[in-house]
Ligand binder design. Sequence first.
Ligand code: ADP
Length: 550
Amino acid sequence: MLGLMQSQPLLISSLIDFAERHHADAEIVSRRVEGDIHRYTWKDVATRARQLANALDGMNLPFSGRVATLAWNGYRHLELYFGVSGSGRVLHTINPRLHPDQITWIVAHAEDQVLCFDMSFLPLVQAVHARCPSIRQYVALCEADKLPADTGIPNLVSYESWIGGHATRYEWPSFDENSASSMCYTSGTTGNPKAALYSHRSTILHAYAAALPDVMCLSARDSVLPVVPMFHVNAWGIPYSAALAGCKLVLPGGLLDGKSVYELIEAEQVTFAAGVPTVWQTLLGHLKSEGLRFSALKRTVIGGAACPPAMLKAFRQDHGVEVLHGWGMTEMSPLGTLCALKKKHLSMPIEEQWTVLAKQGRAVFGVEMKIVDDDGNDLPWDGKACGDLYVKGPWVVREYFKGEGGDPLVYQNGVGWFPTGDVATIDSDGYLQITDRSKDVIKSGGEWISSIEVENIAMAHPAVQIAACIGMKHPKWDERPIVVVVKKPGAEVTKQDLLESYEGKIAKWQMPDDAVFVEAIPLGATGKMLKTRLREMLKDYCLPGVLTSL
Ligand code: ADP
């Protein structure tokens, strides 16, 4: 056929080539695990990614061979993103907060051959290496002189000596854009973890979409801080989108407390940051207690767990920072929806705008979504009908790595949809609102209660640091909600006060039966509340008026 456009595979190597050619001097600033600040540019990332690719060729790591990382957000991790995938291998980012047994299981399952780790994870690697027979090369992400002489780990080199001797010239190979580029295991809260295997094509399309104005709105004028870790779903794709847009990138290392994050934001004049709500909660707490303000920050994407409206308001009203509430998942690379207003919303009263902004948002082009009832029938987009959320699109998983768990898709009229495990409404403007994860849904007297809604009300109380709503067995109603709360340091609130704050906000039967104060709510490896652990913690708890825990 005549007249078609050029067919060029969408490959990750093209991103780093582009960043080098067009944004060579845009900065990459990293807080290293050693504590100091490291600065260089996209040109340096590209040069060293090529050296790394030569090192991988040098050890004859085959096409699609897996290179694992146990690392914080930092420049060497960034080089691995491009050098490993660009040369045709698969980058396997491992969450270092997982249990060592899970890590050894994952390494064996992925058949990782190289493991690169930050020095802060040396003790972890020392504990697991004997159980990782597939690894033939360990690489400590440090200079040669920072590597202790006797670590007990075989075949261990420092990253700098590993790539240092290699040529800076490298011809990135061309191959099928549907080849695997990177992988990430889901947290495996039920059963063994399963890996989403991203492709070059899915990653590039996702990178384009993430940079769009109503998504992350990334430009060559931005200084971008992914607080979201590079070990979880490719830091929401930010490293790739930043290369595509030519952003300055600020990588925070392992120091994610409010003070450290604030100082970095100010020092590097960060304009855009992204992370899960728990990180921002700590940051806002620090700003408040110290009376601080942001001088450059304009936007944040908060997602990975529901962003309480109180947090949204605090950012906008107290700090003039726009919050985009986002929803996604590991199986979706991860972006699904982002919440930006439409033109027609701008003339609405501010309270109505808040109602829209508290939702998880509109689908990003590339993601199709729908909600269905228990029989799989499509539900209307009326903002009321609540059902299981299904998605499909070019960056949504088709099958887990090695086909684990069988075919995950649900087929309707021959079309495969991925069931997200989330329960949601969608309104007539296409705004998605997640009410629960299906496994967290609370069913009381046959009616669903949204745990997110109950949590959001508690989080709006000035004395509440973090709140989780869980269902407790009840002899009559099956389940009743309780709210488990961690108070802000030094703040006081009684159980009665807190429960009274629900008056008039939700229906009586949706209000929690009890408020339980705890020192801490267990958080998972990605900073999300672990409700399964919380339920275990409270296994001897009895609802008021119920005699035994059921
Ligand atoms: P896991 O924690 O299982 O590895 P992901 O990190 O992929 O999973 O998390 C995906 C899940 O996180 C979603 O299915 C949803 O339940 C929850 N989630 C993500 N973003 C939001 C949000 N903005 N609001 C509510 N829930 C969210």
